[in-house]
Design a protein around this ligand. Structure first.
Ligand code: DP6
Length: 324
């Protein structure tokens, strides 16, 4: 049985992607800037099987419904590209909680893309691989690459763009992301459903789109120039603006838990006391705190004092997806 195996790390966006262009290509309405993390990721073994349809096993559990459908639709694209119609067994293991807002779909579809590139002999270059991963999940396009990653928005005119590329940043940044897990239950609203509902009903969505490119440009410049303060301030601004667009949706929804707010307040208080740290939250209750290596342990020690935290880890920037 021909098979292949790949590992991809998760990534967390500092400047967020939230919203899609119309169509089936999963093109993001905004660009993004992210950090691939060393600590967490997905390992995926992919093999051809003689079966009437694809089989998707995640953490030893055979998947049905929406998760299976997403993988099957993705593999349909791979089959069309390769003109090879064989079905597959996708056997994945997440070392990050699944569907919790810790970017398991990013590492999942990045690992699957790389494994499929090999198994179906697609011979895609990294940029094309990033575009393939994006069709599975927008954030997955970024996990093809390591460390800081810049992702282009999709073009509404000719449907191009929507791919990521590595960004060379000033080494003095030396960032860490403290991942503060604030709950252990899966999120109730997927990021996909959340962004569709926001774009359809929130009056703030148009402002989010209209002001996004400038945030992305300034944050990217700050990262390249080693301006940590500007990067941190824009990181908080982007996440708060994204979550504000959800609060203005009809009906409103939010991913925050009480602990999320407690951690945000503590980060702000630590900053008022002179620490250099900035929060970001995704489609889940967890808080990720951007800081620099020399302060990471001290900030973590302070955050650890908050009652109720499920887990806290200091994540270093990590590498891009690899065949194993
Ligand atoms: C809030 O990549 O999970 O984490 O493309 O529908 O799979 P799909 O969405 P997904 O959305 C990520 C949203 C976010 C922000 C970000 O990672 O940029």
């Amino acid at each position: 049985m021909k098979s292949t195996c790949a590992y991809a790390h998760t990534n967390i966006a500092l400047i967020k992607y939230w919203g899609k262009l119309p169509g089936h290509l999963n093109l993001p309405a905004t660009g993004s800037l992210s950090l691939t993390l060393e600590n967490f990721g997905t390992q995926t073994a992919l093999s051809f099987i003689d079966a009437p349809q694809d089989v998707f096993v995640l953490n030893n559990q055979q998947q049905i419904g929406e998760p299976l459908l997403r993988v099957q639709l993705f593999l349909d694209i791979v089959r069309a590209l390769s003109k090879n119609d064989q079905h597959c067994l996708v056997d994945s293991r997440n070392d990050v909680p699944t569907r919790s807002g810790l970017a398991s779909s990013a590492s999942g579809f990045a690992a699957l893309s790389l494994a499929a590139n090999q198994l179906f002999s697609l011979n895609l270059n990294p940029i094309d691989l990033s575009q393939l991963a994006r069709v599975g999940s927008g954030s997955a396009a970024r996990s093809i690459f390591g460390e800081f990653v810049y992702m282009h928005p999709g073009s509404p005119v000719d449907k191009t763009g929507g791919y990521a590329e590595p960004l060379t940043t000033d080494p003095s940044l030396d960032v860490r992301l403290i991942v503060v897990q604030c709950a252990s239950t899966p999120k109730k609203i997927s990021s996909r459903a959340g962004m569709m509902h926001t774009s359809a009903t929130s009056p703030y969505y148009s402002s989010w789109i209209a002001t996004h490119a400038q945030d992305l440009e300034e944050a990217t410049r700050a990262a390249m120039q080693g301006d940590f303060k500007t990067l941190g301030e824009l990181t908080e601004h982007s996440t708060l603006k994204m979550h504000a667009s959800m609060l203005a949706a009809k009906p409103a929804f939010w991913y925050f838990e009480p602990l999320t707010i407690t951690v945000m307040n503590r980060v702000k208080a630590l900053r008022d006391d002179g620490a250099h740290c900035y929060f970001t939250m995704d489609a889940g209750p967890h808080v990720k705190v951007l800081c620099q290596a020399q302060q990471a342990q001290a900030i973590t020690n302070e955050l650890r004092k908050i009652e109720g935290i499920v887990q806290i880890d200091i994540a270093k920037p990590g590498p891009g997806a690899k065949l194993i």
